[in-house]
Design a protein around this ligand. Structure first.
Ligand SMILES: [Zn+2]
Ligand SMILES: [Zn+2]
Length: 426
């Protein structure tokens, strides 16, 4: 980027910062859950419309897409924000606290939406310098069940064809001005596991006449954790968590079945498939040892998000060019969380970076907590980094191929006897 363009980006970010912070506060007061982001989508569409962008609404229900065509011919870069809030009661005492009972922006998606609208203002302001197009994607339901995949199915990567993508996520572990940037798989494949242990019901005082699904379930949980600690390579990342057990009637009745719901997190596809096989092997062994049976069903959820190395370099260059003492921390510790920007990263070279938003006690609460908040000084920082990275990409010579393309999302896995009972809803 030339010095004049950098100055324009910095000036535009400065000029729009207050309004975009106000906009973030409006969104924070008015959070909406996944696939119910109606007012948010209306606001986004109105903002993009005012900038003269080509706007599409109702993509994957509540998603919004704005297209900015640059003055000069070139590739298309996609910038993505998520819009959904969480079913959490806001306990902050600030004037922009949530006004919706039991719903809160506890993951910073309000800031993501506002920042991307800010980046849209900046990039519209430098349209005559743009050598290509910018597609602004505001997706629903990142917290589940996911809005990225359905938006892709509805054609968001086409017309014009998207060549690369950037996104950010707020992160209270870095201060404003600092960003966290990793390459390769920066988070996990997330799989949903449903297990039903089957026995034979009976009287609690005559256990030998039945097959106690509940004690088998207890053994099975311990045995399955032993897979992680004793049967997989300790240098491979695996997390297995069962968060819900359901079964039984009353204290003196032996239940004939117990259901368990869990999540499996892995970073490599080999270890993921190995875990499927070992879970089946252990469940088969434990249940048959006590005369019971089982049903195992695994549904892949978000795949691991892959950050492309060259795209990360390009983003870092943009941050350095912006100056002002920003810091890029390239040693981002990968997380075992899920993030559905992963679906974009599987299709085109992509980067999601962590935007530092934590500076004091108020702004370093962890995401998904009822006191979560951000240091709003990070908002103009995010706006200009996204804008500068987009300009840098459009000026660059990347070949558009995804060099470290994500693993395939995986297919359903079922074993055991009979149909597993799947949980109601999410
Ligand atoms: Zn979240
Ligand atoms: Zn989030």
């Amino acid at each position: 980027m030339d010095g004049e363009l950098i100055k324009k980006i910095n000036d535009l970010a400065h000029n729009h910062a207050d309004e975009i912070i106000e906009l973030r506060r409006y969104l924070h007061r008015n959070p909406e859950l996944g696939f119910a982001e109606k007012k948010t989508a209306e606001l986004v569409a109105a903002e993009l419309g005012e900038l003269g962008l080509e706007v599409k609404t109702g993509v994957a229900q509540t998603g919004v897409v704005g297209l900015l065509r640059g003055e000069l011919e070139g590739p298309t870069i996609l910038l993505r924000a998520d819009m959904d809030a969480l079913p959490i009661q806001d306990k902050k005492e600030v004037d922009y606290a949530s006004r919706v009972e039991g719903v809160m922006h506890a993951c910073g998606h309000d800031a993501h939406t506002a920042i991307l609208l800010g980046a849209a203002r900046i990039l519209s302001g430098v349209r005559k310098n743009l050598r290509g197009n910018v597609k602004f994607v505001f997706q629903p339901a990142e917290e589940g069940p996911g809005g990225a995949a359905p938006m892709i199915e509805e054609g968001v990567m086409e017309n014009p064809l998207v060549n690369a993508a950037f996104a950010l996520h707020v992160d209270s572990s870095y201060p404003p001005g600092e960003i966290g940037l990793g390459t390769g798989p920066i988070n996990a494949n997330a799989d949903e596991i449903n297990v039903t242990i089957k026995g034979k019901g009976g009287h609690g005082a005559r256990p030998h006449t039945g097959v106690d699904a509940l004690t088998i379930c207890g053994q099975a949980i311990v045995a399955m954790q032993q897979i992680v600690s004793r049967m997989t390579d300790p240098c491979e990342d695996v997390v297995l968590t069962f968060g819900k057990i359901e079964g039984g009637y009353r204290r003196n009745v032996i239940p004939e079945k117990v259901r368990m719901e869990g999540t499996l997190r892995t970073r490599s596809d080999e270890i993921r498939e190995e875990m499927y096989r070992l879970l089946d092997q252990v469940l088969k062994g434990v249940t048959s040892a006590f005369g019971g049976s089982y049903c195992l069903n695994i549904t892949p959820s978000y795949p691991a998000l892959f950050n492309d190395g060259e795209m990360a370099d390009l983003l870092e260059d943009a941050v350095i060019e912006l100056g002002e003492g920003f810091r890029v921390n390239r040693d981002l510790v990968p997380s075992m969380g899920g993030e559905d920007f992963a679906y974009f990263s599987r299709m085109v070279p992509s980067v999601l970076f962590r935007l530092g938003t934590g500076s004091d006690e108020r702004t370093t609460c962890s995401a998904h907590g009822s006191l979560f908040d951000i240091d709003e000084k990070a908002i103009p920082v995010g706006m200009k980094i996204l804008a500068a990275a987009a300009c840098n990409y459009l000026e660059g010579e990347l070949d558009g191929k995804n060099r470290n393309k994500g693993e395939e999302p995986g297919a359903d896995f079922s074993s055991g006897q009979g149909d597993c009972e799947k949980p109601q809803g999410k």
